[in-house]
Write a protein that binds this ligand. Structure first.
Ligand SMILES: NC(=O)c1ccc[n+]([C@@H]2O[C@H](COP(=O)([O-])OP(=O)(O)OC[C@H]3O[C@@H](n4cnc5c(N)ncnc54)[C@H](O)[C@@H]3O)[C@@H](O)[C@H]2O)c1
Length: 440
């Protein structure tokens, strides 16, 4: 039985047939969509490599595009409309670093245009969008990299090997922390008002609901508003969730719950300034804590993550990881009878401490992640953080936001991508795009 070919598949197939066949010696022609804060960093990461040439840039702001053009080796074409960049035959692959609510549309359009895609984290605004992105990449056979750049840090791969080799014993708790004191003003209060350009504001909003312009919602600050972002749970949290599940070889949790609110900062933001998320992964508990407090983490170590095993604890951040062996002391025994004390005399703590302290330093610079993407564009191999890996990590953080919003303890079926104990919560897995936007 023949399967009817849809018009969308035909467009994708035609676009893909235009593609250049790239060999190891070719330079990859890159188009950058969104060259603001992160887009500029990603551009720098690609510029480190002689086989990446910037042929196109796209942004709503001319000043950002001019800045990107100036630092490029070639003279890239500037586009305000990303569709035009995607139509260019001088672009082999794109890097997308627009706000989260634009990722799905742009990434899927890029796949359909036959471009390989590096797309920033969090992958999507909803679980449904992320699933559509995975399907698009598979259908069009695109090479994809999600900007969870720790995945390309060699020293972090060593941490994974250490933990998976049993270095910490049985790990039962993994925690990620985002500690930042935004008191007293936060974003500051900004009134709604006329946008600098009505057309630009409309394009910035894209599929999100039409609301009055407010400068606090736009450049960089969109992170504090749910129509464009999942807040710090998906912003920083996705880096930590991804690292924790890489370390522990986990995919989706069986349950999630969260609590928190805007306790200290009252600047009109929608996301919490304080929260605690718990994910139940069967035999390990993962935690994300966001505190509006001073810079030191609760670990007392300069760590973003803390992995606790029966033999020791690992503290990780973007430039180092450290192992502190468990100390076995008398206090482990708690309340004791006088007879227990006699037995303890033969107890030798040094025999029990089976691991050595360890400090490993390194870098997870974005340039390594860009390198991996460029290599895979040529070899067609899977990137270190391909779309499915990024989707699972992002989904785990997105469902935490749903638990927070619905004040629930949610059972999650990671295969079906549905909650099994709360139908109302399932409604948050997607949202209705503003017309005329539709996910292709
Ligand atoms: N991997 C990391 O460590 C990391 C770090 C920071 C940000 N990020 C991610 O990067 C993304 C962007 O964040 P940011 O801080 O750079 O925000 P930003 O506001 O500074 O930059 C976003 C850019 O996208 C442009 N843009 C918006 N809508 C557009 C459209 N329709 N067409 C073309 N350009 C458009 C804006 O003009 C802006 O220049 C977010 O998803 C964020 O989570 C990742």
């Amino acid at each position: 039985m023949s399967i009817p070919i849809s018009r969308r598949d035909l467009i994708a197939a035609t676009a893909i047939s235009y593609q250049r066949i790239l060999g190891a010696n070719n330079r990859i022609q890159m188009g950058f969509i969104g060259v603001g804060n992160r887009g500029d960093q990603v551009h720098d990461g690609f510029l480190e490599h002689g086989d990446s040439v910037t042929t196109a840039v796209c942004d709503l702001r001319d000043d950002y595009m001019d800045f990107a053009v100036k630092k490029s080796r070639a003279t890239p074409t500037k586009f305000k409309d990303y569709h035009k960049l995607l139509a260019s035959k001088d672009v082999d692959a794109v890097a997308i670093a627009t706000p989260d609510h634009w990722h799905a549309l742009m990434m899927i359009d890029a796949c359909n245009a036959g471009k390989d895609v590096y797309v920033e984290k969090p992958l999507s605004l909803t679980v449904w969008e992320g699933r559509k992105m995975v399907e698009a990449a598979e259908r069009t056979k695109r090479v994809t990299q999600v900007g969870i750049h720790r995945r390309s840090g060699k020293f972090l791969k060593e941490a994974v090997d250490f933990v998976q080799g049993g270095g910490l014993g049985k790990v039962t708790v993994a925690k990620g922390f985002h500690v930042q004191n935004e008191w007293p003003n936060g974003l500051g209060k900004a009134p709604d008002g006329p946008p600098p350009s009505e057309a630009e504001w409309d394009q910035w909003l894209g599929p999100a609901p039409k609301v009055p312009y407010n400068r606090n919602r736009t450049y960089y600050n969109f992170r504090w508003f749910y129509n464009y972002s999942g807040g710090q749970i998906t912003n920083f949290g996705v880096h930590y969730m991804d690292m924790m599940r890489w370390l522990l070889g986990k995919e989706s949790p069986r349950a999630v719950t969260a609590m928190g609110g805007t306790y200290a900062i009252h600047d009109g933001r929608e996301i919490p300034d304080t929260c605690e998320v718990l994910w139940d992964f069967d035999d390990v508990l993962m935690v994300f804590s966001q505190y509006n407090a001073n810079g030191a983490t609760p670990t007392g170590k300069p760590a973003e993550m803390e992995i606790r095993g029966t033999k020791g604890t690992m503290y990780l951040n973007g430039t180092s990881w450290e192992v502190v062996p468990e100390k076995y002391t008398e206090t482990l025994f708690g309340a004791r009878t006088p007879l227990d004390r006699v037995t303890e005399k033969s107890y030798n703590p040094s025999k029990k401490a089976t691991i050595q302290p360890k400090l490993v330093k390194g870098s997870a610079d974005t340039a390594f992640h860009a390198r991996n993407f460029l290599d895979c564009v040529k070899s067609r191999a899977k990137c270190n953080c391909d779309i499915l890996t990024g989707h699972i990590s992002t989904s785990n953080t997105l469902i935490a936001n749903i638990a927070l919003k619905t004040k629930s303890h949610l059972q999650w079926d990671g295969k079906a991508e549905k909650f099994t104990n709360n139908e109302a919560a399932n409604k948050w897995l997607q949202y209705k795009y503003r017309a005329p936007y539709k996910l292709g």
